[in-house]
Design a protein around this ligand. Sequence first.
Ligand SMILES: C[S@@+](CC[C@H](N)C(=O)[O-])C[C@H]1O[C@@H](n2cnc3c(N)ncnc32)[C@H](O)[C@@H]1O
Length: 244
Amino acid sequence: MSEPKQDNLFANPLGNVPGFVFDQAVVDVFPDMIRRSVPGYQTILSHCGALASRYVKPETHCYDLGCSLGASTLAIRANIEGRDATMVAVDNSAAMLGRCKTILESSPSKVNTQLINADICDIDISNASLVVMNFTLQFVPLDKRLALLEKIYRGLNPGGCLIISEKLCFEPESLNSLLSDLHHQFKRAQGYSDLEISQKRDSIENVLVPETLETHIQRLRTCGFHSSSPWFQCFNFCSLVAFK
Ligand SMILES: C[S@@+](CC[C@H](N)C(=O)[O-])C[C@H]1O[C@@H](n2cnc3c(N)ncnc32)[C@H](O)[C@@H]1O
C-alpha cells in the first residue's frame, strides 16, 4: 500500500477549476486532505467508536455510508468485537473502495465486514442498530436526501442510532461568513495557502451542498426520529445523533 501523500491538488493555479470528484488523485491524498480540512475530524471519529460501543446490538448491522478509506469503519470495528454484528461499508467511488479494502485488510478484525461499491441511495438497509454518514449526505443531491433518510429510518431497529456529520451553512449571511472565515483560518493554520483554499472552494461549490442545522433537524423529525441533537460542532462542521 502506498504511503498517504500531502494534499497539494490545488497548490498551483488551475485556470478553470474542475468540479471536485473522488477519483484516484483524491484517494492518494485523502487522509491528509480530510485531517487538514475538517476541524474536529479525529474527535468525531473516536466518538463514533464510543457511540458504536453503546448502540451496536448483537446480531445487527452497522452501516458506514460514504466510507471513503474506512476511517469510521475502523473506529467502529474496534469497539464492537464479540457482538456478532456485521459492518457494512458503502461508497460509490471505486477508487476509494479499492483503497479502503486494502486498508481494512491490513488491520484485521473479527468483525464481519462487507464492502459495497454502490450509491447509498440504491442499497438496502435492514436490521441496523447504527448508521453513520460522516460528511457524505452533503454530497447527495438535495432532492434525494429525504428519501435516503426515510430509508435509513425504516432500516433502523427501534432504539437505533444515526450519526450524521456535515458541513453546515448558517443564516443570516453575516453568521455564515464568520463561521466560513474561521474555517478558512483553520485551513491556513494547517498549511494551506490562500490559493489552495480558494481553488478548493471553487471546485467543491455545487458538489458539496451544505444545509442549515434547522433543516437537518426538521427533516429528521419528518422521517420519524423521536430525538436528535448536535453532539459536536467546530465552526461550520457539526455531528448529530438521531434516534428511532
Ligand atoms: C468526505 S468523504 C467521507 C469521509 C468518510 N466518511 C470518513 O469519515 O473518512 C465522502 C465520501 O462519500 C462518497 N459518496 C458521495 N456520494 C455518495 C453516494 N451517493 N453513494 C455512495 N457514496 C457516496 C464519496 O465517494 C466519498 O468517498
